[in-house]
Design a binder for this molecule. Structure first.
Ligand SMILES: [Zn+2]
Length: 270
């Protein structure tokens, strides 16, 4: 009987280990959380992993604060790069890709209430419209932030902003000149409209983040930090010449154990 029980325990532990990466070594550095949409997915959505419920988002931000993490902003990173201003101890970057309106209606109030800060990567040409690049087979369109909402959040200093190109182009599927334009033009236009430096850039689909010719164009546009979708935690301080920063993809069905492992191990699942 005993062998049977220990067999069960071993099998259970194996299953647990296969699903959750608790056995990985702890990682420290600058964890960068990657969110997209906060809210309830539209009916029939095939992109549910990109939607985190407001309840889960609140729990996750509360967990960060309870565990001594200090949410920092793109402006904090710029101050570090320009003036050597140290980041807060145990920094974490909460980022949102694309600039969905639900970031304003659902994430912003939670961050404000809990006293945390977030950062949104905007797609310039979609502001005030909807996600024009979406695949209607996978999800109906989702409205994007308006300039008024962006400016309100900027004034509150709860949300900071970076660029996610002009059109959400896959930079590996356009010419190098177009890739350079996507990076440069969005930086200039967002800076002009918001009156502040856009120091940070995220590659749509993560594409091109590790292609030297594309990355060169992005850094030439004047960005101080670029963000990939490669899973993990980059060390801090970071040598920008080395490569784009890694991020932690927070999925819609992540539970708090996943979240804990993402923040401490850089990965929760295979
Ligand atoms: Zn995107």
């Amino acid at each position: 009987m005993e062998w049977l029980l220990s067999g069960f325990a071993a099998a259970a532990a194996l299953g647990f280990s296969a699903r959750w990466n608790w056995w990985r070594g702890k990682v420290s550095g600058l964890p960068v959380l990657m969110y997209h949409k906060i809210g309830t997915p539209p009916p029939g959505s095939k992109l549910r992993s990109l939607w985190v419920s407001p309840e889960n988002f609140r729990k996750q931000v509360a967990w960060l604060l309870r565990n001594g993490f200090n949410p920092v902003t793109f402006s904090d990173l710029a101050a570090y790069a320009h003036k050597g201003a140290a980041l807060a101890a145990k920094p974490v970057l909460i980022t949102f890709d694309d600039g969905y309106r639900n970031n304003y209606t659902h994430a912003y109030p939670i961050l404000s209430e809990l006293g945390a800060k977030g950062n949104i990567f905007l797609v310039h040409n979609t502001i005030g419209t909807h996600n024009a690049w979406h695949d209607p087979e996978r999800e109906s369109w989702v409205p994007m932030l308006t300039w008024e909402e962006i400016k309100e959040m900027q004034q509150s200093e709860v949300m900071d902003f970076g660029s996610h190109t002009m059109t959400h182009a896959n930079l590996t599927q356009v010419s190098l000149d177009s890739a350079a334009w996507e990076a440069r033009e969005s930086k200039l236009r967002l800076e002009d409209k918001l009156g502040r430096e856009m120091a940070c850039f995220a590659y749509p689909y993560g594409a091109g983040a590790f292609v030297p010719e594309i990355r060169k164009r992005v850094l030439e546009a004047g960005y101080l930090f670029d963000f990939s979708v490669r899973q993990g935690i980059s060390p801090w301080p970071w040598d920008i010449n080395a490569s784009a920063l890694k991020r932690l993809f927070i999925r819609g069905d992540d539970n708090m154990l996943d979240f804990n492992l993402q923040l401490t191990r850089g990965k929760s699942r295979f």
